[in-house]
Design a binder for this molecule. Structure first.
Ligand SMILES: NC(=O)c1ccc[n+]([C@@H]2O[C@H](COP(=O)([O-])OP(=O)(O)OC[C@H]3O[C@@H](n4cnc5c(N)ncnc54)[C@H](O)[C@@H]3O)[C@@H](O)[C@H]2O)c1
Ligand SMILES: O=C(O)CC[C@@H](O)C(=O)O
Length: 389
């Protein structure tokens, strides 16, 4: 039986995949796995039982990924599962920035009398806007969301320019070839009327939208941030809006300093809040967590290498170890000392850590426990699991 702790509203379509005969939800203090959305886990003390964390979403900045790696805890996310939801909201946001729709709708509600229609026709000119067709959209970060947005921007009649120095080959294949590839952020900022950022927040990107970035934007340009609040330096943004060096900031990330400002549209982190995205994320998170706990296979991890091999032996050992020389040699000679034959073995590394999967024949419980203790004593081994087929 695996204990799973959940945080936030995880769609039942995902949780129902964790069959009750094998998974107990929120039942105790020793979870094997966690599924969460935006709950912040930084500073949390992880129980020894914890093997994996599945983030039902794309960003993992609410999870202390480095500490998890050190503890041998595998962190998963759900790539692309909410991308369409975010893309649709960004398109809506772009049109809201182009036309004062919200203001017009609020104004019409203030009218009264039997000549409302007449008042509308007289007063509506104050809410005239512009069109996005024919304008230039700059997309920074061409991953799941950015690539979809770039393609749809083009379909809506926009010129599109994208920047992503690390774009994956798979995503690049899906981007319309008429989307221009910028060699630098500066090139995007010089050309775009709407700039939308879709990068993860990390040491490289935190605060990337600062005074220097904003100064390079066109005077009438709009910045859309549906990625993370931390990407934007709030003080620099407020100064740029005050000086009218850019036209508008649209963000999905609220902050008191951003509220009650006519040049800022703030949404309450709604990017992934559609029925479809919530279900997609919950299903993908539950599936990857279940697969890992049951088989040791790793799919969609942000801190450990992908490993997906069929389990054809009755017993599988999975070992998280430091990515240093002679780990596999020491582990396999540990098994050989107990005359345990390795039927299949795979070792993959990612950064400072590696993951080793060893399939072995049926072995007496007492011998297995003894050999596991010996493997745990090897310098560089972080944790060892035994999985039975
Ligand atoms: N508002 C929301 O509810 C919501 C929902 C989903 C995702 N997000 C945020 O959006 C981000 C992107 O989501 P995604 O699904 O597109 O992720 P993704 O991993 O598919 O794409 C991120 C892209 O950013 C690129 N990138 C990384 N560093 C870069 C840099 N310095 N400059 C340019 N490009 C860079 C990567 O190469 C990748 O192609 C997530 O990390 C998350 O923080 C927000
Ligand atoms: O769960 C949510 O509502 C937000 C998810 C989003 O921030 C993400 O990174 O995928």
């Amino acid at each position: 039986m695996f204990e799973i702790k959940t945080y936030n509203a995880i769609a039942p379509e995902g949780l129902n995949l964790l069959n009750a005969d094998q998974f107990a939800l929120n039942s105790g203090a020793n979870p094997d796995g966690i599924i969460l959305r935006s709950e912040k886990l930084h500073g949390m003390e992880f129980p020894e039982s914890l093997k994996a964390i599945a983030r039902a979403g794309a960003g993992v900045n609410n999870v202390p990924v480095e500490e998890c790696s050190e503890a041998g805890v595998v962190v998963f996310n759900t790539p692309g599962a909410n991308a369409n939801a975010v893309k649709e909201l960004v398109l809506a946001a772009m049109i809201m920035a182009a036309r004062p729709i919200k203001e017009g709708m609020e104004w019409v509600q203030t009218l009264s009398g039997d000549d409302v229609e007449k008042q509308v026709e007289k007063g509506k000119s104050q809410f005239a806007g512009t069109e996005i067709s024919g304008k230039t959209l700059g997309v920074i970060g061409l991953g799941a969301i950015g690539a979809m947005l770039a393609n749809d921007g083009f379909r809506l009649g926009m010129e599109v320019i994208g920047y992503d120095p690390y774009v994956s080959v798979e995503t690049a294949w899906n981007i319309n070839r008429r989307v221009q590839k910028a060699a630098s952020i500066a090139e995007v900022l010089a050309k775009a009327d709407y700039i939308s950022i879709h990068v993860p927040v990390n040491a490289e990107t935190k605060g990337m939208v600062d005074a220097a970035f904003l100064a390079q934007m066109k005077d009438n340009a709009v910045l859309l941030n549906f990625a993370r609040g931390e990407l934007v330096n709030t003080a620099d943004m407020l100064a740029a809006l005050k000086e009218k060096s850019i036209r508008k900031y649209v963000t999905d990330f609220a902050d008191e300093a951003l509220l009650h400002n006519d040049d800022i549209i703030v949404m309450p982190h709604l990017g992934a809040s559609t029925e479809e995205a919530e279900v997609n994320c919950a299903i993908m998170a539950a599936q990857t967590l279940k697969y890992f706990l049951e088989t040791g296979n790793i799919v969609n991890s942000v801190n450990f290498p992908g490993v997906d091999i069929a389990m054809q032996s009755p017993i599988r050992l999975t070992i998280v170890n430091k990515n240093i020389p002679n780990m596999v040699g020491q582990i396999s000679s540990g098994l050989a000392k107990y005359f345990i034959n390795i039927e299949d073995i795979l070792n993959r590394s990612r950064g400072n850590y590696a993951y080793t999967v060893i399939d072995i024949a049926e072995t007496e419980e007492a011998v297995l426990n003894e050999v596991i203790e010996k493997i745990k004593e090897i310098d560089g081994v972080v944790n060892v699991r035994i999985i039975r087929r």
